[in-house]
Each structure stands twice: as C-alpha cells, then as structure tokens.
Design a protein around this ligand. Structure first.
Ligand code: PLP
Length: 428
C-alpha cells in the first residue's frame, strides 16, 4: 500500500520518507540527524542495545504498522485481519521452533510488559515471589517498590556469594523452603554466567513453586544454542526481541501447553489492548534470521568478544565479577582503579565509549555512584568488531580509568574511539 503525501505523491522509499519528515517537522528531523551522527561517533557498549537490521526495519515500517488486530489469530475483534493473522502465526511458529517451546506469545510490547503478563498468568496480588534481589542484579520487575512488581507482590530476594559472585543456590533453596513462594524467578540484568536452570527447577518442584525464567538479556544466546535454554525447565520464559536477538523492541513469552491459555489471556485482554502488528511482523523476521548459521556465528563471536573484554579489563586493574563471562555481559568492579562506576561512565562517555555504571552485590557505595560498570558486546559485534578491537577497547577504558583526568590521555582515547566508530559504522 502507498501512503500519499499531498506535496510529493507516493512516499515509498526511505529517502522520500526522510524528505517528508524534513518538510513536516524540520526540528525533529534535525534531532534524528544529530542522533545518527552521535551513533557514528561513538562505540556502543550498553548491554541491552543492538542494531536493528534492514529486513526487520522494513517489516517495522511496513503496512501492518496501521493495522488494529486485538485478540489472537482467528479470534480478532477487528475486520481485515487475515494477513495480520498470517504474520502473527509465522512469528509464533518460528518462536516455538527456535526455542523448542510448546507455546509462544509474540505480542508483549516490552520485556517488562512480558514480565507483567507472566506474573498475571501465575499469581494473585499479595503472593510471595522469590527473585534475585535488585542489589545483586535483579531487574526492576523483580520487586522494585517503584514498579508494579514490588507493589503488588511480596518479593523475597536471593543473591550471589560474596566470595565468587555466583548465585547462592543453597540460599535460594533455604529461602524457598522458608517463605514458600508461589513463583521463583531466575534471571538478571548483570549476572554474566548462565543460571543453573535444572537446579532452579528442582528447588521449584521441592517447594511447589512456579519457575519463571527472566531471560531477556540472553534471549539471542539461547536462540543460537550458545546459552543453555531455560525453556525445558521453566513454566514461563520471558524473552526480549530487541537485545541480542536484533529484532524490534518487544517481549516474547514461551510456556508449557498447560499454561498457554492463561499466558495468552494475561497478555490480551488483561495487560494489553491491540498488539503492534508491525512489531509482531518484525519479530517474525528477527526469529527467521536468528535461526541461521550466520546468526549462530554472530552469537559465538559476541561471547568470545565479551571474554576478551573481561580479560582486558582485568589486565587494566578492574575486577570482572565471577572472574569473567559466559555471555555478552561483563560486569566489573572499578574500585581497585580508584574511581566510582559513575565516574567511569562519565569519563568513558566523554571519550565516546558508552557503558553503564552498575551497583555491585555488597556494594558499599550509594547506587548513584556505584562501584561497578556493566558492558555488553552485542552492538559492536553486529558492526563487525571482533576480539582484536575488544582487546583494544578494554585497554582504552583502562587508560581512561587510570589516567583519564590527564587531558592528553582523554583526547588521545577520544580520537582513537572516533576512528574505531567510523571504521565500523553501519557495518550491518
Ligand atoms: C532480565 C530483564 N528483564 C526485563 C527487562 C526489561 O525489558 P524492557 O526494557 O523491554 O522493558 C530487562 C531489560 O534490561 C532485563 O534485563
């Protein structure tokens, strides 16, 4: 279908759309141009971001963007949904196949709304939930008082061991036996190792709890078989399509056949109205791409790069949590270098290296300062950077943390970051 712009006629191509935006809203067009320039000048190491590829973008901006399709395929509340149904069924079938899941729901608009639906499917307000504490790397949706989760449910937090940074499964079992949670949540925003899904299942069975896998961070690694899958163990797996999976911003729910209807009802009509059908179409494309050998190679390179990054940061004097990583994530204590996480984030951002400050387990610094940084290799690997570049980036970060108040050092790093960013800009 063709959208008609009165001044130009049909607006089909990216260029024509861009020209239409410049005419309609030059102020916003300029902002977007500046954002593109910012991207081209920086090295993006924020763990949850990635680059959306051209095929997914085409689906996102395709005609389903305008379609209202409340409900599910074959059971819609709107007319004209036959092709929207077909697109959603493609996405569902691909998700089920890729993750070997009995049931998939592709409608959640974000990771957090998928978490909301998972809880809604399994719990009642006031129920006890055992999840990783926020201080040790739990997501906002795992009991923050500022989030629905902490308001509506009674969260108990488990954590990692002080000595090795690994999840303390003895503590998980002990808390589960003591508090008898209705659900146990496994998964984190900053834990760089794979949760022991089988052990969590065993504890859930022993205490008659549901097991929810909060797997938004590692969805792509699970799809590629680079991380162990929670799907055979969890009652509900919460995934995200916009991180390593390189799809549209959104969530994805995988569950057992018995829970299928409850999960679907928890998404629509309980927590959402009409799904964004263009996002559903984009998810179908991303899921097809994630089932290719090229994507599996990407996932392997992402983890290999993160290992090099962790080793390089250790060499520079930082302390990677758990001693390294099995994922795209590196969480490191920068205290030994005499800076806070916030200062590390500021210095690196000024030099064009984007990473996040991160409160660490047992952190004594206030959360606004924090002692750690959190980085991920998803975007830079999508751009074609590999182990040599990540070793160099670790060295550049190290120089900034040790000596970044020296203007010449900071300027030298800024220059090199710009070169790296330009050399790999738009590789995807
Ligand atoms: C484990 C986990 N759950 C949920 C989310 C939330 O995803 P979203 O930002 O799409 O709401 C994240 C995002 O970082 C996450 O890491």
């Amino acid at each position: 279908m063709t959208v008609t712009d009165a001044a130009t006629g049909p607006v089909e191509t990216t260029e024509a759309r861009s020209a239409a935006l410049h005419r309609a809203d030059p102020q916003l067009a300029d902002l977007l141009a500046a954002e593109a320039e910012r991207r081209a000048e920086t090295v993006q190491l924020l763990a949850g971001e990635n680059l959306t590829g051209p095929a997914v973008l085409a689906a996102l901006t395709g005609p389903l963007i305008d379609k209202y399709a409340e409900g599910y395929p074959g059971r819609r509340h709107h007319a004209g949904c036959a092709l929207a149904d077909a697109a959603e069924l493609l996405a569902i079938d691909r998700a089920r196949e890729l993750f070997a899941a009995p049931h998939a729901n592709v409608q959640p608009r974000s990771g957090t709304s998928a978490m909301l639906a998972a809880y809604a499917a399994l719990l009642r307000p006031g129920d006890v939930v055992l999840a990783m504490s926020l201080e040790h790397g739990g997501h906002l949706s795992c009991g923050s008082r500022a989030n629905f989760s902490g308001r509506w449910f009674d969260f108990v937090g488990y954590g990692v061991r002080r000595e090795d940074g690994l999840i303390d499964l003895d503590q998980v079992r002990e808390l589960a036996l003591r508090y008898r949670p209705k659900a146990i949540v496994a998964g984190s925003i900053s834990y760089p190792r794979h949760p022991d899904w089988a052990a969590f299942r065993e504890i859930a069975d022993e205490t008659d709890a549901y097991l929810v896998a909060a797997a938004a961070q590692t969805t792509g690694l699970i799809a590629a078989g680079v991380a162990p899958s929670p799907v055979p163990y969890a009652d509900v797996t919460v995934a995200a399509t916009h991180k390593l999976l390189r799809g549209p911003r959104g969530g994805l729910l995988l569950c057992t056949a018995e829970l299928a209807e409850r999960v679907d009802r928890a998404v629509f009509p309980f927590s959402q109205g009409g799904a964004a059908m263009n996002e559903v179409a984009g998810k179908a494309v991303a899921l097809a791409e994630a089932s290719t050998p090229a994507y599996r190679a990407y996932a392997h390179r992402t983890v290999a790069g993160a290992r090099v990054l962790a080793a390089g940061l250790a060499q520079a004097g930082a302390r990677p949590l758990t001693g390294g990583t099995d994922t795209h994530l590196v969480t490191a204590d920068v205290g030994p270098l005499g800076v806070s996480g916030a200062e590390a984030e500021r210095r690196c951002a000024a030099a064009g290296l984007l990473l996040g400050k991160c409160a660490l387990p047992y952190d004594e610094a206030p959360p606004s300062e924090a002692s750690g940084i959190r980085l991920g290799t998803g975007t830079v690997t999508s751009q074609g950077m590999g182990e040599p570049e990540l070793a160099e980036i670790a060295g550049l970060i190290g120089r900034l943390l040790v000596d970044g108040t020296n203007v010449r050092v900071a300027e030298g790093v800024r220059q090199r970051v710009r070169e790296l960013a330009r050399a790999f800009a738009g590789r995807r």
